[in-house]
Design a protein around this ligand. Sequence first.
Ligand code: AP5
Ligand code: ZN
Length: 214
Amino acid sequence: MNLILLGPPGVGKGTQAKLLIDRFGIPQISTGDILRAAVKDLTPMGVKAKGFMDAGALVPDEVVIGIVEERLAQSDCAPGFILDGFPRTVGQADALKGVLSRQGRAIDHVVSLSVDQQELLKRLTGRRACAKCGAVYHVEFAPPKVVGVCDACAGELYQREDDKEATILNRLKVYDEQTAPLIAYYQGFGLLRSVDGLGTVDGVQGAILTQIQA
Ligand code: AP5
Ligand code: ZN
């Protein structure tokens, strides 16, 4: 199954993608995770991307399209994939369509998650991630057993650089201006599956499964 998870920062794309990996045995492709790893490793791409990411702006299309094209060509993506955080512009969506069609593939479903802005702010300001294994927590909604320590690997939890309130507000604006038009774009292709992102993580997962297995 070839899936796209679409939605604003903090809506729960990464959280839901992790559950879908286990269920369908297909990999998650998160352009945000790939870019953060490049920033951490100080690769040329990471050095170029860092300024955009810290400002809450989008990294240029040609950079992220290259990342995704390369990743989709890997063998573990043959049975399917979950795109999380890509595409984010109409240009990226057109490029994805071209890449997949050259490989004789196509997107099956675009799951569009939504919650109100107040909830997004709460989710993003309270998010913490494990520096060692990448597990994601929330200080209120999904707290670790010991404050600041990962349940899975005892790694240290940190707050993402772009989860500071001023940067969050810019990310939400960028989403409205550059990414939200993809809702109509995919509706036009008959691929859009709208899901309310408010509720428990398992409740939202159930709603997604209902939409994509119907
Ligand atoms: P990226 O990493 O993709 O960030 P994002 O889209 O802003 O999404 P987030 O990771 O912030 O949120 P999410 O929806 O995954 O939510 P999560 O599950 O963590 O991108 C970062 C940056 O990289 C961009 O700003 C840009 O610079 C660059 N970039 C990436 N892709 C790009 C592209 N394609 N083009 C150009 N630039 C690109 O959940 C959030 C919190 O809520 C967590 O704490 C979680 O525990 C909690 N939570 C989740 N579900 C629930 C629930 N049901 N109830 C209560 N709490 C919940
Ligand atoms: Zn960990």
